[in-house]
Write a protein of this length. Structure first.
Length: 481
C-alpha cells in the first residue's frame, strides 16, 4: 500500500517516462478520459489519462467526484495546457466509492458556514487544505525557533487546580455524579473527588512554566488551553492552543525583543515554505474583499500584509502614550468608537488596538506599562509615576486585522510585592504556595508571554473566522466531531 509517490513531488519533478503509482481522491472526471486527482500534498491536481475504450465500463462508472483511487501508470510530459506532466494510466483500482448523490461536498463553491458544519470533510477543499498545511508549518516553525535557541519544551498540565488569569472562566473536571454529588455542610465535598480537590482544565501553562524557567532558564510550552467564556465572536474559541515561553534573567525589553523575533520568524518561514498555499489564500482573500463595501476593504493584500510585518520594526509605546493618541483621535472625537476613550485607566478594546495599528502607526505595535488595576497579579509593578498612577511591566503586541496577538510581562519576582497584590485581588496564597516558593528560594528577574496559536494562523492565512483555522472548533453549544 505504501508504494506511492505524492502528487506534489511528481508535479515538482523533472523526471518523465517513468512508472509511478499515485493514490488520492477524484476532483473531476471529464469525457470518461481525464481524471483530476488530489492527495492533499498540494492544492494542484495531477491529470490521469484513461484509455476508456479498453477500460471496464463498470469501473469507469465508479470514478466519481470524491472517490478514492489508486493509479499506476507512466509519468509523461503533458500535451495539454496547465500542467507539465500527466500520468497515462495502466492500472486503476477503486479504493473507496463515493456516491455523488449523497456526498455533501458537491463540485461547486461552498460557504465557510456550510463547511464548518461538515468539518469532518472540509479538509478536502482547497481552502482548508491550504489553511491546515500552513498551520502545520507554523507548528513546526514554533518548535524550530525555540529549539535553535536552546529552549526546553515543557509539558505543563492540562488538568490543574489553578486559574492563572484569575477570571474564573474555567471548565470543571470531576468524576462526581453531577445529579447527586457528595456534600458536607451543604457544600460539595471535593475531597471525595478524583483529585481530592476542585480541579479544572487549564487556562494557561504560564505559572507552571515559570517553575521550569527557575531551573532550566529558558522554557516554552505549546499545548491546548480552555476558556469557559460564552463568547461567539470571530476571534474566540473555548479550546485553543497557546505558545508560552518563560525566560529567567529576562526583563521587559528582552521579552519584547524575543516576541518580535518569534513573530517575524514564523511569518518568514511560511512565506518561504508555503508560497503556493499563501498565494492561493491571497487570491481567495482578494476575491472576498471585492464583495465588501469600499470603506471596509483592506489597504493591503495578504502577501503584502505579511511582508509588511517582516519589513517593519514594531512600534513601541506605553499605554499612557496610546491613551493620549486615542483620546485625540478623530473616531473618538466623532464618537465613532463603540467604547469611547474617556481617560487613563480604560481597558483597550479591539477597535482601539486596530486603530493604533492600521490607522495611526500603520505597522505592528507593542504597548507597554499598562495600569496595574486592569492586569493580572503576577506582573511586575513599576514605581508610581509623577501623578501617582500605578502601572505594571506588561506588553501586548497588536497586529493589523487581529488586534492583540501576544500578551506578556516581566513577572513579579519580589515576594512581598507579589503577596500584597494577591491579597488585593483576593487570590488565596495557600493554594499557590508552590508558586510563591520560587520567590522564596533563589528568585530572579524573569519574563514571558503567550501567543494564541489560532490567532497567528488566522493572521497568516487571512481567514476571517478563528473557527476556520482549527480542525474541529469548540465554541458555545458546539462540540461536534
Amino acid at each position: 500500500m505504501s508504494q506511492r509517490t505524492k502528487i506534489k513531488a511528481l508535479l515538482e519533478s523533472e523526471q518523465t517516462n517513468i512508472s509511478v503509482t499515485v493514490k488520492g481522491w477524484v476532483r473531476a472526471f471529464r469525457q470518461n478520459r481525464f481524471i483530476a486527482l488530489n492527495d492533499g500534498s498540494t492544492n494542484n491536481n495531477i491529470q490521469i489519462v484513461v484509455d476508456f475504450e479498453n477500460t471496464d465500463p463498470g469501473l469507469l462508472k465508479r470514478i466519481t467526484f470524491g472517490a478514492a483511487i489508486s493509479v499506476t501508470g507512466e509519468l509523461v510530459a503533458s500535451l495539454g495546457q496547465g500542467q507539465k506532466v500527466e500520468i497515462t494510466a495502466k492500472e486503476i483500482e477503486i479504493l473507496g466509492d463515493c456516491d455523488p448523490e449523497e456526498y455533501p461536498l458537491q463540485p461547486k463553491k461552498q460557504t465557510l458556514e456550510f463547511l464548518r458544519e461538515k468539518a469532518h470533510l472540509r479538509f478536502r477543499t482547497n481552502t482548508f487544505g491550504s489553511v491546515f498545511r500552513v498551520r502545520n508549518s507554523l507548528s513546526y516553525a514554533v518548535h524550530t525557533f525555540f529549539q535553535e535557541r536552546g529552549f526546553v519544551y515543557l509539558h505543563t498540565p492540562i488538568i490543574t487546580a489553578s486559574d492563572a488569569e484569575g477570571a474564573g472562566e474555567t471548565f470543571h473536571v470531576t468524576n462526581f455524579d453531577l445529579a447527586n454529588p457528595p456534600k458536607t455542610d451543604g457544600e460539595i465535598d471535593f475531597k471525595q473527588d478524583f483529585f481530592g480537590r476542585a480541579t479544572n482544565l487549564t487556562v494557561s501553562g504560564q505559572l507552571e512554566g515559570e517553575l521550569g524557567a527557575m531551573a532550566l532558564s529558558d522554557i516554552y510550552t505549546f499545548g491546548p488551553t480552555f476558556r469557559a467564556e460564552n463568547s461567539n465572536t470571530t476571534r474566540h474559541l473555548a479550546e485553543f492552543w497557546m505558545i508560552e515561553p518563560e525566560m529567567a534573567f529576562y526583563d521587559l525589553e528582552d521579552n519584547m525583543n524575543l516576541a518580535e523575533e518569534l513573530l517575524k520568524y514564523l511569518i518568514g518561514y511560511v512565506l518561504k515554505n508555503n508560497a503556493e498555499d499563501i498565494e492561493f489564500l491571497n487570491q481567495r482573500l482578494t476575491e472576498e474583499e471585492k464583495q465588501k463595501p469600499q470603506q471596509e476593504r483592506s489597504d493591503m493584500s495578504l502577501t503584502e500584509k505579511l511582508q509588511f510585518c517582516l519589513d517593519n520594526d514594531f512600534q513601541r509605546l506605553t499605554y499612557t502614550e496610546a491613551i493620549d493618541i486615542l483620546k485625540e483621535s478623530t473616531p473618538n472625537k466623532k464618537k465613532k468608537f463603540t467604547y469611547p476613550i474617556e481617560g487613563w485607566g480604560t481597558d483597550l478594546q479591539s477597535e482601539h488596538e486596530r486603530y493604533l495599528v492600521e490607522k495611526h502607526f500603520k505597522k505592528p505595535v507593542i504597548l507597554t506599562d499598562y495600569p496595574k488595576a486592569i492586569k493580572a497579579f503576577y506582573m511586575r509593578q513599576n514605581e508610581p509615576d509623577a501623578s501617582g498612577r500605578e502601572t505594571v511591566r506588561a506588553m501586548d503586541i497588536l497586529f493589523p486585522g487581529i488586534g492583540e496577538m501576544v500578551g506578556g510581562s516581566q513577572r513579579e519576582e519580589r515576594l512581598d510585592k507579589l503577596e500584597q497584590r494577591m491579597d488585593e485581588m483576593g487570590i488565596p496564597k495557600d493554594e499557590l504556595w508552590w508558586y510563591l516558593d520560587t520567590r522564596r528560594f533563589g528568585a530572579c528577574p524573569h519574563a514571558g508571554f503567550g501567543l494564541g496559536f489560532e490567532r497567528m494562523v488566522q493572521f497568516v492565512t487571512g481567514m476571517g473566522n478563528i473557527r476556520d483555522v482549527i480542525p474541529f472548533p469548540r465554541f458555545p453549544k458546539n462540540a461536534e466531531f
